[in-house]
Design a protein around this ligand. Sequence first.
Ligand code: SF4
Ligand code: SF4
Length: 260
Amino acid sequence: MKYIDENSIDDLPGKQLSENEPFSFRCHSGLDCFNKCCRNLNLFLYPYDVIRLKNNLGISSDQFLEKYVDIVIRPDSYFPAVLLSMVENEEKTCPFLSQSGCSVYPDRSDSCRTFPLELGMLFDAETKKAKRIHFFRPPDFCLGQYEKQTLTTKTWAIDQESDIYNKMTARWADVKALFQTDPWGPHGPDGPKGKMAFMAAYNTDMFRDFVFNSSFLKRYKVKADIQKKIKSEDVELMKFGFSWIKLYLWGIKTKKIRLR
Ligand code: SF4
Ligand code: SF4
């Protein structure tokens, strides 16, 4: 997910697609390029991706982040970006690539589902909302682009069962769009505020522990039904974390949480 300046869209590589614009693509194991695309990637992970992957692997979000990600600050956002670490072998393969293909296929990330499309976010400064735009950008070696099947961004999303991912990424994009200005002050994203906000977005298991085993609920008012949900449901906790980040860093009020 890239944040895009409206004036620079035409300079970007790949073709921008409108919602119903057709493109040709079919990926299948009979192609010589099969799994070639699962190597040497800048693969961005969003909070919902981490939940699905850590649950697929049966580990905590903390263990997942420790073992599988690189965290970087990019010029387009003050919030750190989370990238899947590639294996340190010659081909820099994805850690989830096995002999028979993707070992986490039912829970692969939004970017894996969207490929060979790439998602960009156009930020509307007036509404403070981010709008999704798609680019068709297969690498040269990807033979799927020469197959006959005709798709649109909509039919590709259905084929890849990415609807829920798209919704969750859009929610995150609305929060992340706020980070075009610096909320951290002199301590930067590595300071205490930055660590807390990162935990709320990406480290759901640790955030749950923080919410229920610190003075958090003495400082914030959270309705009993919401407390019940976030105690057991990772995705509800992630959404709650987004609301908390908005309040904690930007003073934006939502229905989920209030200061006491
Ligand atoms: S390179 Fe393209 S066609 Fe080949 S496996 Fe990857 S996505 Fe499919
Ligand atoms: S998660 Fe699966 S689909 Fe995505 S890059 Fe890794 S092996 Fe490929």
